[in-house]
Ligand binder design. Structure first.
Ligand code: PAF
Length: 565
């Protein structure tokens, strides 16, 4: 873990110091004006300069270089040259507004893109924060920063004009904010030229003249500049359908899924497919796709005409902020894997699109009683409410479809089945077998966080399930005894902290007095700080005339549905 010192206790510096500490860095102070910074690079891995651009070169020059320490800055506008005379230099600039240190602390760990340059430590810090690093070299710095300022600052300034012009209507900013969000979502889905609507795009001069008359002389130059920009964009608008038609017969797939960011475009695309008589398959995911997700997409593609995958790291289902920040995010890789498996469409909304006002919690959430109260539900309070809420939203947007979920998350599958049935949603929930590595480890997006030793130790989960299955195969019908066999494997494995090992009735997820019929074995453990789960199932006959193991009668044992490995 990195030791970091920062200089510049403004909003960005305080937000960064807190976010790095939350991510597990050893933050050794945030130096401010008037403090002696000469020795600031000593004794730390990284010295991060968070001062305004104009002060960067002077501050960097007043710090004595320390062998091995990377001196980095947080600026978008400056290159690495300002960090002279330090031999190891880096920069990391978050593409995220930081209106206050408190908001920045959370935002910097919510999957932000950072422009990085110089020493590879910059990439490592970004990975720790759960962000995405893009390389921007010094030659492109100014253009990069100008674009970033237009995207954030100028947009905010324009909203200031909206507020002033709308003042006389008494409506306030809120309804216009909703409009702006939809317009931005359209830009993400369609590109700026296709997303443009309104009188400038329609060349409706009469309406534009009436606007000019009411906006007043102070606002007119900015208003006119906006109209000029819109006209310029309208001149570039390419012809073609607003919602591109992937067309073709069922099964026709190009391998390049269309990406939509807005909920309304997602719903519209699937409505349009159904209106053409095509059936819809839905594969909800949190990204970090692997062969297990690809198997879900491939099954959906085999059974449905149009396949939509969703990629959304749902913050509501994480009870641990560190786990949320560490969750692997790589949309370009996800798109390639989803397309390869047969997805036609990928819905990848931002958190604001799913939960306007986030991090304030949504007023309406979904709670499924019963099946959520055991196992994962006990260990991760609130987790299934988060899952149920996001899945209900995705089902509402997707409409009539078949939805594919992995048995790897067996309890989640039970929760989703329950909510779809109880809320009468027009969704057929399809459970698909767990995909495993050749040595038996269940594929999981979290496996990439395991080191080589942890990867080996993680096999204890599969080993624990095998021990439970062996006990059942030997005729054991007492849940406690099967559990003990499973626990023994987890407890004896190095690097493994067991959470639970349980054998339950596959329908109710409750521990019966005597095991009979369809049973499910489930385990959870933490390996190298990574929480892993696994499960397997079988069907066992009730013990003939007794409690099973230890009886004198020869035991009848039926094993019918053991998961393929
Ligand atoms: O299994 C997952 O990846 C998630 O829990 C789900 C179902 C996509 C909801 O966020």
């Amino acid at each position: 873990m990195f030791s970091v010192r920062l200089i510049g206790p403004g909003r960005a510096g305080r937000a960064m110091a807190a976010a790095l500490a939350d991510a597990g860095c050893d933050v050794r102070g945030l130096l401010g004006r008037g403090e002696d910074v000469t020795g600031a690079a000593e004794g730390v891995d990284v010295l991060l300069l968070c001062t305004p651009d104009r002060a960067l070169a002077e501050v960097a020059a007043s710090v004595r270089p320390a062998a091995g320490t990377v001196v980095a800055h947080l600026s978008g506008a400056s290159g690495l040259g300002v960090l002279a005379p330090h031999p190891r230099r880096a920069s990391l600039h978050p593409l995220a507004p930081i209106p206050s240190a408190e908001v920045g602390r959370v935002r910097l760990r919510s999957g932000v893109t950072f422009a990085v340059a110089g020493d590879p430590v910059a990439r490592e810090l970004v990975a720790l924060l759960g962000g995405r690093a893009v390389e921007v070299d010094d030659a492109e710095r100014t253009a990069y920063h100008a674009a970033a300022c237009v995207a954030s600052n100028h947009l905010v300034a324009l909203m200031g004009q909206v507020e002033r012009i709308a003042a006389s209507t008494g409506l306030g900013l809120d309804p216009f904010l909703g409009l702006a969000r939809s317009a931005l979502a359209d830009v993400a889905d369609l590109g700026p030229a296709r997303a443009l609507t309104g009188p400038a795009a329609r060349r409706d001069e009469e309406t534009l003249d009436r606007h000019r008359a009411v906006v007043g002389p102070e606002e007119r130059p900015l208003y006119d500049a906006g109209v000029a920009l819109a006209r310029r964009l309208a001149g570039q608008a390419p012809a073609g359908p607003v919602v591109p038609d992937r067309g073709g017969a069922p099964g026709h797939r190009t391998g390049r899924p269309r990406v939509v960011r807005s909920a309304s475009a997602f719903a519209a695309a699937l409505d349009a497919a159904r209106a053409e008589g095509r059936s819809v398959g839905l594969v909800p995911t949190m990204g970090a796709l692997h062969a297990g997700h690809q198997a879900l997409v491939a099954r959906a593609a085999a059974e449905c005409d149009v396949v939509a995958a969703t990629v959304f790291v749902n913050p509501l289902q994480f009870d641990d902020p560190a786990d949320l920040a560490a969750y692997h995010r790589d949309l370009p890789a996800d798109l390639a894997l989803a397309g390869e498996a047969g997805a036609d469409l990928v819905f990848a909304p931002g958190v604001e699109e799913m939960y306007p006002g986030f991090p304030s919690p949504p007023a309406t959430t979904v709670h499924v009683a019963g099946v959520t109260e055991v196992l994962e539900g006990r260990s991760r309070p609130g987790h299934f409410d988060g899952v149920a809420t996001v899945v209900t939203k995705l089902f509402a947007l997707a409409g009539r479809c078949r939805a594919y979920f992995g048995e790897k998350d067996f309890q989640q599958l039970a929760v989703v089945r329950r909510l779809a049935a109880d809320l009468s949603l027009p969704v057929e929930v399809v459970g698909c077998p767990t995909v495993r590595e050749p040595d038996g480890l269940a594929l999981s997006s979290r496996n990439v966080r395991l080191g080589p030793e942890g990867r080996g130790a993680a096999l204890a989960l599969r080993g624990s399930l095998d021990a439970g299955l062996a006990a059942l195969a030997a005729g054991e019908r007492c849940p406690g005894a099967v559990r003990a066999a499973m626990e023994a494997v987890l407890e004896s494995a190095p690097l493994v902290t067991p959470d639970y090992a349980e054998v339950v009735d596959a329908g109710t997820l409750r521990v019966p007095e005597v095991l009979a019929g369809e049973v499910r074995l489930l385990v959870a453990a933490v390996v190298e700080g990574v929480r892993l789960i696994d499960n397997d199932g079988t069907t066992v006959a009730a013990p003939a005339g007794g409690s099973g193991a230890g009886g004198d009668e020869p035991r009848q044992l039926v094993l019918t549905t053991r998961e393929e490995r």
